[in-house]
Ligand binder design. Structure first.
Ligand code: ZN
Length: 312
């Protein structure tokens, strides 16, 4: 299933696009972008026809979010993706490592492989960001403007035959990347719904676009925040493998927030103070000790034109 718009699901059977509605027998179960579904009824895809989604196949991965970090109620936003492309500008707006960390936690929680895509390298070099993330074994791409052929080839190779979710706040060049890999992605994202005939894709839900050579890229237009309330503290720490060794001397069940935590001492000897700070911010915001400040809409005025509701 590639998109949903006002209760109509856009599905693909091979090259055929089929519009479907949820069958009553499916009950209250949700269908999200990326779901593999069974269709019944008229699956010809002819104009005016409507198939029925009768079954949702088990998901191999599920990208989740909660409304905020203290909210344990999670929503699956994309199913069956295998890669989370974290798009981050090197300047204008400046990169925010804590936001990258937040996305990494979401990726590991969901079972997606992260890929760091650093844009606007014509304005600033990637060295500082790479110094922090390359040692973690995180794959990365660096692109400048205009997108040159080597960068474009690297991007295409990284996305080929995979199901990738692109995340990043406005102004980082996400749509430039979409347009580079998918001809007329702009038009597809701002598509006129074949069912309602209305204008832009205005819902905050995700939208999957097919890559010409195979694979899918999924945009999450309304996704401005990424609450991690459903993620356990252990999962948060998994996103910080560089600090794992330092937790060996922690007392059992350490919250890594109190004075008994061994990480302070370890960081003093091995370095990584900024990473420890980031880890603790995530842990604190999750346990409700801190106001959530690292949301995508955090320190920048929202410039989202899609008007995506944050809590749909
Ligand atoms: Zn600790």
């Amino acid at each position: 299933m590639a998109a949903v718009d006002r209760g109509r699901y856009r599905c693909w059977i091979g090259d055929r696009e089929v519009t479907a509605m949820k069958a009553r027998e499916l009950g209250r179960g949700g269908i999200v972008v990326g779901d593999m579904v069974n269709l019944a009824g008229d699956v010809s895809g002819q104009p005016g026809t409507l198939a029925r989604v009768v079954r949702v196949q088990p998901r191999s991965t599920a990208l989740r979010r909660s409304a905020d970090d203290t909210d344990p109620i999670e929503r699956v936003i994309v199913a069956n993706a295998d890669q989370l492309v974290i798009v981050c500008a090197l300047a204008s707006p400046p990169p925010r490592a804590r936001l990258i960390d937040r996305f990494l936690v979401a990726a590991y929680d969901a079972g997606l492989e992260p890929l760091l895509c650093l844009t606007k390298a014509d304005l600033a070099g990637p060295e500082k960001i790479l110094a922090a993330y390359e040692p973690l074994g995180i794959r990365y791409l660096v692109t400048g403007r205009p997108l040159d052929e080597p960068a474009l080839n690297g991007l295409r190779a990284a996305l080929a035959c995979r199901v990738s979710v692109l995340v990043g706040h406005s102004g980082v060049g996400k749509s430039t990347l979409f347009n580079a890999v998918i001809p007329a992605a702009d038009r597809a994202i701002g598509t006129v719904s074949p069912v309602t005939g209305r204008g832009r894709h205005t819902s905050s839900s995700a939208l999957a676009l097919r890559l010409p050579g195979g694979g899918w890229v999924i945009d999450t237009p309304g996704l401005r925040s990424f609450g991690l309330g459903h993620v356990s503290a252990d999962d948060v720490i998994r996103a910080f493998p560089d600090l794992a060794e330092g937790t060996a001397a922690c007392p059992p069940g350490c919250s890594h927030l109190g004075p008994e935590c061994a990480l302070d001492q370890w960081v003093a000897e091995h370095g990584g103070a900024a990473r420890l700070d980031s880890l603790r911010r995530l842990l604190r915001s999750q346990s409700g000790l801190d106001p959530v400040e690292d949301r995508e809409s955090g320190d920048e005025p929202a410039r989202d034109q899609g008007g995506g509701a944050e809590r749909a």
